[in-house]
Ligand binder design. Structure first.
Ligand code: FES
Ligand SMILES: [Fe+2]
Length: 439
């Protein structure tokens, strides 16, 4: 083992528990498995992260017409994601201001008003209370109605179509939260001159696992070849050879992280690879030329020739590898997470490109593709496995190892995506936000 002294930036990082142990002299980075099991940790996360941070709600193109609405849930709260009749995108708490029942019980639809089934109060999609049966039993209707409109989520902001909410009225501006993750988000958005749109339809599935396992898995290039062996074998049949060596992990500000690698996928309209055949090649080359004409060679190269998996703390994962897939994490309990997932596409692509994109989604990152079921199996097996070591008093037993690549990193080498540097970045931020209070 090399004995080179750790680079100065890493010697500053030392953690001594109770949840994270980081020691660069010994090249140790460990996570105590209680973080995946404990209802107490889950409660603290809810209070310290989910009730305070910006959370991804949805994309504005999910609501193309005034009156469109969809039900959502974030931080355990039922929500309504609405484009109101004045064309404004809103987020309301889905609880009737009268006595608190779920107000909107349809998953999605289009309506100017929402009527509560319990006592039939009616609210405009712009928020006003517009109808009360037997209104004479209340104080003069106008002043009463003014205080009883739909309750908005305290903060809503839109970054280039991506709509985020926060339950903390004093949260910092969204762009400050996104910080240097914006650059990677912009690369996805600028893929098309006309921006992005969500392909209609939502995948909703539940994972019997802790939400942090989904983040670890997304930032983990190490698992790709063994876990997704079926996909790797399939790629070989197309003549495509994967190489992870060039991939890099970047820890970004505010808990975000990204892994960047040369494309192994067929990003429709931009990247070409043999499994999509020769006809795709000419079209994608033409698209790369047009991106270069619009944004310059360097930006076009980044958009076209690299793939990225971007994690926006705490609940959004963007897979810009094969098409562009978005996943929203909603922790339900320490051992259960709901996932909503969408496919985003450049607005205005041809019907042929759109079909190819859906095919690509189905083959790998979609819920029935060659990747996602493998990954879900991995999260669920970890959740089942980490129970085995609960309360085990022996040293090192109830701890997961996240040290891969520390030796390389400590010698000043860039962090690789097949190492665990991105996951370490995530855990450090988590520990500052949630673990610090337990020290
Ligand atoms: S609870 Fe909605 S009208 Fe009474
Ligand atoms: Fe995976």
């Amino acid at each position: 083992m090399a004995t080179t002294a750790p680079a100065p930036n890493v010697t500053m990082r030392a953690r001594r528990g109770p949840y994270i142990v980081e020691d660069w002299d010994a090249r140790i980075f460990r996570v105590n498995r209680e973080v995946f099991r404990s209802p107490e940790v889950f409660g603290r996360e809810r209070r310290l992260v989910w009730d305070r941070e910006w959370l991804y709600l949805g994309h504005e193109t999910e609501l193309p017409k005034p009156g469109d609405f969809k039900q959502r849930a974030l931080a355990g709260r039922p929500l309504m994601f609405v484009r109101d009749s004045r064309d404004r995108v809103r987020a309301y708490l889905n609880a009737c201001p009268h006595r608190g029942t779920i107000l909107c019980r349809e998953t999605e639809g289009n309506s100017k008003t929402f009527q509560c089934f319990y006592h039939a109060w009616t609210f405009a999609n712009t928020g006003e209370l517009v109808g009360i049966p037997d209104a004479g039993a209340y104080p003069p209707e106008r002043s009463f109605a003014e205080t009883m409109g739909l309750r908005e989520v305290p903060r809503v902001e839109n970054y280039r179509g991506f709509v985020f909410v926060s339950f903390d009225p004093s949260v910092r501006p969204l762009v400050d939260h996104l910080a240097d993750a914006r650059d990677y988000l912009d690369l996805m958005i600028e893929h098309s001159e006309r921006g992005l749109e969500v392909i209609p339809g939502t995948h909703l599935y539940g994972i019997r696992g802790n939400w942090k396992l989904a983040v670890e898995n997304a930032m983990d290039g190490y698992h790709f070849s063994p876990t997704h062996i079926t996909f790797v074998e399939y790629l070989k049949t197309t003549g495509y050879v994967t190489s992870d060596e060039g991939g890099r992990a970047h820890t970004l500000e505010n808990g975000h992280c990204v892994i960047v690698f040369s494309g192994h996928g067929g990003r429709v309209g931009v990247q070409w690879e043999p499994r999509f055949g020769d006809p795709a090649k000419g079209r994608t080359e033409e698209n790369v030329r047009s991106i270069a004409a619009r944004l310059g060679e360097e930006r076009a190269k980044r958009i076209a020739e690299t793939s990225r998996i971007l994690y926006i703390w705490p609940n959004l994962l963007l897979f810009d590898i094969e098409g562009l897939a978005a996943r929203q994490l909603e922790p339900v309990a320490a051992d259960f997470t709901d996932v909503r997932a969408w496919e985003l596409a450049p607005a205005g692509e041809t019907a042929e490109e759109r079909m190819l994109r859906i095919r690509i989604l189905g083959s790998f990152i979609g819920p029935g593709g060659l990747a996602t079921p493998d990954d879900v199996e991995a999260y669920e097996c970890v959740q089942r496995g980490v129970v085995a070591t609960a309360n085990d008093p022996r040293p090192n037993v109830d701890w997961s190892d996240i040290s891969r690549g520390m030796e390389r990193e400590s010698q000043g080498e860039p962090a690789r995506s097949v190492d665990e540097a991105g996951i370490r970045g995530f855990w450090r931020h988590w520990d500052d936000a949630v673990g610090a209070g337990a020290r």
